[in-house]
Design a protein around this ligand. Sequence first.
Ligand SMILES: C[S@@+](CC[C@H](N)C(=O)[O-])C[C@H]1O[C@@H](n2cnc3c(N)ncnc32)[C@H](O)[C@@H]1O
Length: 168
Amino acid sequence: MSQRKPCNAATYRKAVVDLCVEQKSRKVVEIGIYTGELSKLLLAIKTIEKLWLIDRWSAYAHYSQELMDRNYDTVCKMFKGDSRVEILRASSTTVDLPDESIDFVTIDGDHEEPAVREDIIWWREKLRPGGMMTGDNYEMSGVAAAVDALAPDRKLAAKGRVWWTLKS
Ligand SMILES: C[S@@+](CC[C@H](N)C(=O)[O-])C[C@H]1O[C@@H](n2cnc3c(N)ncnc32)[C@H](O)[C@@H]1O
């Protein structure tokens, strides 16, 4: 998969947080949590009433199952007792929240084109009209191909790393 030069992870996370703040989002879904670095920043946003954290935490690429189990435990401990947070260990397109119930969804799971397409199609249904969808790694060719096909009006932030679109 070809790649252009991305900005760093801190810049990506700040761009997503800024978009979420601008939208005054209350119900938020984050897909692809890993160790919860973005999740921590999202939870500092005052308007957020509910944050669903979705990750399958299963081995992939050079990441072992042991590491992913540890990451899951870290995230569970980090947000224990925070009633705004619901942690779902699942594949992103098996999580069935009510249609048009979400204000903001940010996608950073599987970056292969078919998987990004599935995420966009699945989660667009869950967004309310006017809700925002964002995602990481537009610099990856598989992500860009899926986004351009399904959200041709997409805008970019964070030096072209973050993509976003509003549901019409
Ligand atoms: C790049 S990491 C996410 C990093 C995180 N967004 C951050 O800012 O630190 C990608 C994560 O997506 C998860 N993932 C990949 N495909 C997935 C899928 N289909 N459903 C749920 N999670 C998935 C992986 O387990 C991994 O933890």
